[in-house]
Design a protein around this ligand. Structure first.
Ligand code: FA5
Ligand code: MG
Length: 408
């Protein structure tokens, strides 16, 4: 698995189907909408947060953490109780007793903090044994964010004589934790961290969905944060959960060797956000290899407004056509006119048209171009013969006729 050898045991429960999902890596595919969304979030975070007095990005991006993690990383390091439901083999994909597919990107918190990182995003595919429907799939994608603060980072530098500077940790730890804070934290530090966390996530949400979108904070529970929250946005008449977050359990920091800091963490599900942003109605579409789907996102910029248009369930008919360009220099760049003309002739049946190759014969001073045209109907399965008619009509246009069609 991912270039490492594991010895399976009785707990092994990776189906052939999930092995195939591991092979795909759709987040790395440039024309997948998840890739577009990932780049949008990373660009935004890099532009917004820089190291103090320095232009370097504040957050380290960790995109190649191993997807097979130890059960220590996935559960124990995050204080998940022994009998927690998420540990069941009916919920988690196990390779063997000690190793599983990560069920969330939080599995890397411990390791990365131990490596000395204080601000990072972990991006990747996560695996859960869920029933498949429009919003659930055994593999989905998360972005984890962690930020640790020293006392100076959070509460400022200099103590003022009669106004003693606030501390990160409570001077008389209250052994019983309160709803609003952990035993060891000072209320000042928790409140300041919470303000930073909520500001970070609200601003990110505004950036993605626009300031007008309604959002609300809901109290939540995670074994590795306290207090914990979920952020929901109001979309299509209902509240949609987009992320979980909270003040990191101090024990987690301590076990990673961090004793003088306090931190926040969050985990965002990318699919749910992408479904809203790009109007994608079904989570299974992210796995489509249909060019009718992928071509709608190919070559788009992360900030561009893209809305998915439903593709037909009928098969495509594909033509690759080549022709010499008219020699007049006037026709040197007629690509977008070719696109328009092919679409004008084929109408609704043209799903895609794209310049795929160009060739110049310098001696003869001639240039040729190749276009791929994909025809597809929403009503029925087209035949090659039916579509040939549209191709012939296009190829029959003389440069003059072509010019006329352009003038119309
Ligand atoms: C977690 O995975 C926590 N690790 C998040 C976290 C990180 C909390 C850091 C605190 C600190 P949860 O299982 O709720 O939590 O998933 C987080 C997000 O992933 C959800 O808000 C949702 O957007 C998305 N998500 C969860 N399950 C699915 C699923 N089956 N399909 C698609 N998206 C999902
Ligand atoms: Mg949840």
């Amino acid at each position: 698995l991912d270039g490492r050898q594991y010895t399976p045991d009785a707990l092994y429960n990776l189906s052939p189907a999930v092995r195939r999902l591991l092979d795909r890596r759709i987040l790395q595919e440039a024309s997948n909408p998840l890739n577009l969304l990932k780049r949008r979030i990373v660009d935004y975070v890099h532009q917004t947060y820089r190291k103090p007095g320095n232009r370097s990005p504040l957050f380290t991006i960790c995109e190649s953490e191993p997807r097979v993690v130890s059960t220590f990383q996935n559960f124990d390091s995050l204080l998940t109780p022994e009998d927690h439901v998420s540990r069941r083999p009916s919920d988690t994909y196990y390779v063997n007793r000690e190793n599983c597919l990560r069920a969330h990107t939080s599995a890397h918190q411990h390791t990365l903090m131990k490596q000395g990182l204080d601000a990072f995003l972990v991006i990747g595919d996560v695996y859960r044994r869920d029933e498949v429907d429009k919003t659930h799939y055994p593999c989905f994608h998360q972005i984890e964010g962690v930020r640790l603060y020293s006392k100076e980072d959070l509460l400022g530098k200099k103590p003022v004589a009669e106004d003693p500077v606030a501390e990160l940790f409570s001077s008389s730890p209250d052994p019983s934790r309160l709803p609003e804070k952990q035993e060891t934290h000072s209320l000042d530090a928790v409140k300041a961290t919470e303000i930073q966390l909520k500001h970070f996530l609200e601003a990110l949400c505004d950036e993605l969905f626009g300031k007008e979108t309604e959002k609300r904070w809901v109290d939540a529970y995670f074994p590795f944060t306290h207090p914990s929250y979920e952020l929901e946005i109001f979309y299509n008449g209902q509240w949609l959960e987009v992320l979980g977050c909270g003040i990191m359990e101090q024990k987690l920091l301590e076990s990673a060797g961090v004793t003088d800091k306090i931190g926040w963490a969050f985990g965002i599900g990318l699919e749910r956000i992408a479904m809203v942003l790009y109007s994608i109605p079904d989570i299974r579409l992210f796995w489509s290899t249909d060019t009718g789907f992928l071509s709608q996102f190919a070559g788009k910029l992360p900030g561009e407004d893209v809305k998915y248009k439903q593709i037909s369930s009928h098969p495509q008919v594909i033509f690759d056509i080549s022709f010499f360009l008219p020699s007049s220099t006037e026709f040197n760049d007629m690509t977008s006119d070719v696109y328009d003309t092919i679409r004008t002739i084929g109408g609704e049946l043209v799903e895609q048209v794209k310049l795929t190759d160009e060739f110049e014969n310098k001696k003869k001073g001639k240039k040729s171009q190749t276009y791929r045209i994909v025809y597809r109907s929403h009503e029925k399965a087209l035949t090659k013969e039916e579509t040939q008619h549209y191709v012939d009509l296009f190829l029959g246009l003389s440069p003059l006729k072509y010019r006329i069609s352009r003038m119309r």
